[in-house]
Design a protein around this ligand. Structure first.
Ligand code: LLP
Length: 386
């Protein structure tokens, strides 16, 4: 069994559970993103919601990525990390006035606007400041992402975006709303998408929508196709880096662009998932009537994805090379859903062994909670533990 590379001797000094970020994997991932995006002249904004650990953010900022934010807190964190506001896009169905004002005060690249009332409020708040707010319309393309229903966003039944049937009404509003400028259109069909034909479907829909704008003589300079590229949760050691070349090629081959248009992406998971692991210790091995439980000191308060989305995370016992056995991998929280996996094959384990729960760099640490009054997990990087 190939295992991930971990500084196990350093781990013995650290209170578990904690997140460990391998910055070499992150830097290599970013090098490939930069190379492939540059080849196509694409702009990548990192989806901050995936992970805002300051050390991770610093590496992403150094790679020159912009930021995709969904709250005032994320806009502040991006700017604090040194991302230029001219590379910040700000989405979300429910932006509060203070959040819109923050974006206006910092002259961010654009608001990704999700409804007509939101357009009106941005216009009003911008007028009060004597500013013009740049906006991209988030359009719901009604394209299926073939992913978990909780992370599907581009169907008309979802709460996100402006529906195609409202487009003409929205286009008619722009001449009236003097303090906003329409710079482009925005889409996001879902997350953990591994079927590339979904992205091809998105491109086709973007082309149709562009034709609609062209027919109405509306010029768009900014085409934002969102994020959603999935990663390989089953084999993080064999596939540590998603196939960015194939992903960007889909958009290169299928998007029909007008002169001067820029194409933007909002990648989260694909950037950070594989560099992060949740490191936990076995508290007890408990023999049940028909199965064995490995009771870990990490629970769904540290990594909620298995409990919330029935998500699979590969796990390895990094302290044992004994023959494999099957365990139900569970946490200490007083709920049955606090289970990372059932009948999971792991090297024979004992109290005190370290378990690495892999591919946890995205939507891991950031979704942690203090339920049961547990401590929030701390994040450490490979640079710190050298
Ligand atoms: N842009 C927008 C408008 C989004 O809503 C999202 C994610 C992204 C970009 C980034 O998507 P990514 O490239 O990371 O797939 N907590 C869930 C994922 C929720 C994703 C929400 N939106 C999970 O753990 O699977």
């Amino acid at each position: 069994m190939i295992k991930g590379k971990f500084p196990i001797n350093k781990f013995s000094e650290i209170q578990t559970p904690f997140y460990y970020y391998d910055l070499d994997i992150l830097r290599t991932t970013l090098d490939i993103i930069k190379l492939q995006a540059k080849k196509n002249d694409f702009h990548v904004h990192y989806a901050m919601k995936a992970n805002v650990n300051p050390s991770v953010l610093a590496v992403i900022k150094d790679a020159g990525l912009g930021a995709d934010c969904v709250s005032g807190g994320e806009v502040e964190a991006a700017i604090k990390a040194g991302v230029s506001p001219s590379k910040v896009v700000f989405a979300g169905v429910g932006k509060a006035d203070w959040e819109i004002n923050l974006g206006l005060d910092n002259d961010i690249l654009c608001f990704n606007v999700e409804s007509i009332p939101e357009l009106e409020v941005i216009n009003e708040l911008a007028a009060a400041k004597g500013k013009i707010g740049s906006v991209a319309l988030r359009i719901n393309p009604n394209v299926s992402a073939h992913t978990h229903h909780y992370i599907t966003t581009g169907l008309t039944e979802n709460k996100f975006g402006i529906n195609m049937s409202e487009l003409d009404e929205v286009i008619d509003l722009f001449p009236v709303l003097a303090n906003i400028k329409l710079i482009g259109i925005h889409f996001h069909i879902g997350s953990q998408i591994t079927d590339m034909t979904s992205f091809q479907g998105l491109c086709m829909r973007v082309n149709e929508i562009q034709d609609h704008f062209l027919a109405r003589k509306v010029k768009l300079e900014h085409i934002n196709v969102g994020g959603g590229l999935g990663i390989n949760y089953e084999h993080p050691n064999h596939f540590p880096i998603p196939d960015f070349e194939a992903y960007f090629k889909i958009f290169h081959d299928h998007l029909v662009l007008q002169p001067q248009q820029t194409v933007h992406f909002e990648l989260g998971r694909a950037v950070v998932a594989q560099c992060g692991s949740l490191i936990s210790r076995v508290l007890f091995i408990k023999q049940g009537t028909s199965k064995k439980f490995a009771i870990l000191d990490a629970g769904f308060t540290d990594l909620i994805r298995p409990a919330l989305y029935q998500a699979y995370h590969y796990m390895e016992n990094i302290s044992s090379e004994l023959p494999a056995e099957k365990y139900d991998m569970v946490g200490p929280i007083c709920e049955s859903s606090d289970t990372f996996a059932k009948d999971f094959t792991l090297n024979q384990s004992k109290r005190g062994d370290l378990i690495a729960i892999r591919s946890a760099g995205a939507y891991g640490e950031i979704m942690a909670s203090q339920y049961n009054l547990r401590n929030l997990p701390v994040g450490y990087t490979s640079d710190e533990l050298k």
